[in-house]
Design a protein around this ligand. Structure first.
Ligand code: THU
Length: 156
């Protein structure tokens, strides 16, 4: 039997096309990106997530001289939200990055480990997490659910 998976996403030319709520979230992601601790990769990532209560949680990548001990921005934000506000729904996650590690023309998309964590956060709350990606060329992608990033994710 042949089966197919599909998902759709929206693209914008710049964050100025976002509505006000999403634009504030994007500004939070940019603000925290600039505070990232990334002396080794020089690739700074910012993640901001909006909770159903309206509160915005920020996270950025935190590197370490023992490379695998560092953590991505997305997981810093998601784990902090889980630690401080367990059970509070996440509506939207916005991710932005800058640095030469990834060509400017490429889509800025979360790594596999962060996708797995995004997926579990979404499954726990039984409601989709919208994801806004801000690329280095300023264009924006909006995906309606974390599950679209990880078909056949482990265990879920
Ligand atoms: N990084 C993130 O923060 N998020 C991702 O989804 C991918 C990569 C960080 C990890 C490391 O500090 C730097 O970017 C280079 O990989």
């Amino acid at each position: 039997m042949k089966k197919e998976l599909h998902f759709s996403y929206e693209t914008l030319k710049s964050i100025s096309e976002l509505n006000e709520v999403d634009r504030i979230l994007a500004e939070n992601a940019i603000e925290t990106m600039d505070k990232a601790y990334a002396p080794y990769s020089k690739f700074k990532v910012g993640a901001a997530l909006k909770l159903k209560t309206g509160e915005i949680i920020q996270g950025n990548n935190q590197e370490n001289i023992a490379f695998p001990s560092g953590l991505c921005a997305e997981r810093v934000a998601l784990f902090y939200a889980g630690a401080k506000y367990p059970g509070v729904e996440i509506e939207t996650l916005c991710i932005v990055a800058k640095g030469d590690l990834v060509p400017k023309s490429h889509i800025l998309s979360p790594c596999g480990s962060c996708r797995q964590v995004m997926l579990e956060s979404e499954n726990r709350q039984k409601n989709p997490i919208r994801v806004i990606l801000i690329n280095q060329d300023g264009t924006v992608l909006i995906v309606n659910s974390a599950k679209d990033f990880l078909p056949f994710g482990f265990g879920l």
